[in-house]
Design a protein around this ligand. Structure first.
Ligand code: NAD
Ligand code: DAU
Length: 354
């Protein structure tokens, strides 16, 4: 079955992955309405969507997914046929420092959204979909071999991954109990433009430009499977259109890197671009205290999504990293505003008036 929802509610569309998804949908479907519901936490930034904000099929709603009344108003006004749910607290280190917001948004927020969807869809589920975007971290940590696949047991190790695991279980439970039509996808590490510079790659790029230390946790042996964010957004579009209801799909780049090798690679690419005459960037690499409970290795077997949807990652790591580096160098103002928190002050002034 091919779905073509006329109104798509994207949650967390002002964040990193969400902004790529919203941009893709707004440009691809001028005849459909794309509603971006976002709380604009520290990670949400409307500047990520500047290029589409004036398009007539794009609509922004400033709201919290935990606020049932606000979510009902959106459903009442727009009658979305599909929800693409990305809103979340997403950073593992923050979840270790302060887990409460993760439980609130990732667990309760997901439940609130589903409760409202059930109320408005009232058993008329034909052509409707609740698409929950999740992470490979719910499966815990791999040793040196093996891959996560759709049947891997859940074994989350951080408050972040436990909150995402809880939300995955809730989505399946709502499907099983109430018949909510859903899809879940669990993706590996994304990278690319507009990623908040708390995550490894943009943090290192920012520190490279500032000649600050590049902090590598522990010995840098941990492995992640990297995917260029636009490839993830394309997979999300395909799954929304053609994914099978009630199914889970794992998405990954078949692209494993040890953290230390990745940071070294970034240094070499940066030195080759040679902005500001900087060189010998590898000397900035600094080993720091490890993340508590640091998962050793993530790696995805994406054959299901490859076979069913013909999806393949299209951006090679070398090209993706070069594009990402160049984007951050070309968008120094974006990076500085995010790092200084200037955009947050602007939002609190702007939304206080409402
Ligand atoms: P992000 O932190 O960049 O963005 C999250 C967005 O959600 C922000 O715009 C924020 O304002 C919004 N948000 C947070 N709490 C909210 C609330 N209560 N109500 C409404 N909006 C709220 O995150 P990201 O990296 O783009 O990740 C998006 C989704 O994809 C998350 O669900 C994450 O778990 C998942 N994911 C991320 C990755 C990755 O590598 N970044 C990989 C796999 C899955
Ligand atoms: O696997 C998918 C997950 O990828 C997503 O669900 C998360 O939302 C996303 O944040 C990401 O989680 P990670 O913890 O893997 O990403 P992060 O960029 O924080 O770290 C990547 C690796 O680099 C990890 O092994 C920790 C390490 N690291 C991270 C930072 C911020 C460092 O060595 N130094 C650092 O300063």
């Amino acid at each position: 079955m091919r779905r073509s929802p006329r109104v798509i509610l994207v949650t967390g569309g002002a964040g990193f992955i969400g902004s790529h998804v919203v941009r893709r949908f707004v440009n691809a479907y001028p005849d459909r309405h794309i509603i971006n519901l976002d709380k604009l936490t520290y990670a949400g930034n409307l500047a990520n969507l500047k290029d589409v904000q004036e398009k007539p099929n794009y609509h922004f709603v400033h709201a919290d997914i935990c606020d049932a009344q606000a979510v009902k108003e959106v459903f009442g006004r727009w009658q979305p046929e599909a929800v693409v749910h990305l809103a979340a607290e997403s950073h593992v280190d923050r979840s270790i420092e302060a887990p409460d917001a993760f439980l609130q948004t990732n667990v309760m927020g997901t439940a609130t959204l589903m409760n409202v969807a059930l109320e408005f869809w009232r058993g008329h589920f034909e052509g409707r979909l609740f698409y929950h975007i999740s992470t490979d971290e719910v499966y815990g940590s791999l040793g040196n071999s093996g891959y996560f696949h759709e049947e891997s047991p859940y074994d989350p190790q951080s408050p972040y991954s436990a909150s995402k695991a809880a939300s995955d279980h809730l989505v399946r439970a709502y499907g099983n109990t109430y018949g909510l039509p859903y899809i879940i996808s669990n993706c590996s590490n994304n990278y690319g433009p507009y990623q908040f510079p708390e995550k490894l790659i943009p943090l290192c790029i920012h520190n490279l430009t500032q000649r600050k230390p590049l902090p590598v946790y522990g010995t840098g042996e941990n492995v992640r499977d990297w995917l260029y964010v636009e490839d993830h957004a394309r997979a999300i579009e395909l799954l929304l259109e053609k994914g099978q209801e009630g199914q889970t799909y794992l998405i990954g780049g078949r692209n494993e890197w040890r953290n230390l090798d990745l940071v070294r690679k970034l240094c070499r690419l940066y030195d080759a671009l040679n902005p500001f005459g900087h060189k010998d960037s590898e000397t900035l690499i600094t080993f720091v205290k490890d993340r508590p409970g640091h998962d050793v290795r993530y790696a995805i077997n994406p054959s299901k999504v490859e076979k069913e949807l013909g999806w393949r990652p299209s951006v090679h790591m070398e090209e993706g990293l070069r594009r990402t580096l160049q984007w951050y160098l070309d968008n120094e103002a974006w990076l500085n505003a995010v790092v200084s928190g200037a955009y947050r002050e602007y939002y609190s002034r702007m939304y206080e008036r409402r």
